[in-house]
Design a protein around this ligand. Structure first.
Ligand code: GTP
Length: 198
């Protein structure tokens, strides 16, 4: 029988406009690589990375979706069943920021209600080309009640943090659910014991 070599498995999804750096963030996180010239993702791709957190082995299955509109039918079919979604825009590209609301609508439409979300402003190494202030990113994230982080796949800024923070939240949620289930089971047992008596 195959050995299970992880304690928790989470499915994560990277979404956002084309060329905002989704594949680059994934490559940086999984293989510590950055490639200046990358072809656009065709459809969908994934990578696996197992991390240690709180004494547990956490396996992250990370799906990288194509940002081009022509792939939306395929990519949105992967939203269901995701535990966490990283919605990425490019801080030098205002259109990618304007489209954040469109991506949030897709999440609402296609993902599970309890999916964890984080808004990621990527390419923060391009200081002179910035077109979306950090404050605007923070504001929209706050407005929609989601977390926010700025990253650079190129300069390796906050990339691990974006994924680790997501994993930490999911782990906490799993622990809370487990605790709630244990309480339920205990209550159920007590009930059964009572009914057998007298
Ligand atoms: P699609 O596959 O079309 O959805 O694009 P994507 O969002 O996966 O973007 P991709 O990772 O292919 O990156 C697009 C371009 O931006 C590439 O030329 C990358 O090298 C560049 N890029 C990605 N992240 C960064 C970054 O943090 N800083 C800078 N300066 N360039 C970046």
């Amino acid at each position: 029988m195959a050995r299970k070599y992880y304690d928790q498995l989470y499915k994560l999804l990277l979404i956002g406009d084309s060329a905002v750096g989704k594949t680059s963030l994934l490559l940086r996180f999984s293989d510590d690589l950055f490639t200046p010239v990358l072809g656009a993702t065709i459809g969908i791709d994934f990578k696996i990375k197992t991390i240690e957190m709180g004494g547990q082995k956490v396996k992250l299955q990370i799906w990288d979706t194509a940002g081009q509109e022509r792939f939306e039918t395929i990519t949105t079919s992967y939203y269901r069943g995701s535990d966490g979604i990283l919605l990425v825009y490019d801080i030098t590209n205002p259109t990618s920021f304007q489209n954040v609301e469109k991506w949030l609508r897709y999440i609402q439409q296609y993902a599970d209600d309890q999916v964890e979300k984080v808004l990621v402003g990527n390419k923060c190494d391009l200081v002179d080309m910035r077109n979306v202030s950090k404050e605007r990113g923070q504001e929209i994230a706050q407005h929609f009640g989601i977390r926010f982080i700025e990253t650079s796949a190129k300069a390796n800024l906050n990339v691990d943090k974006a994924f680790f923070d997501m994993a930490e939240i999911l782990l906490k949620r799993s622990a809370q659910r487990k605790a709630a289930e244990t309480v339920k089971i205990k209550k159920g047992r007590r009930k059964n014991t009572k009914s057998k008596c007298c």
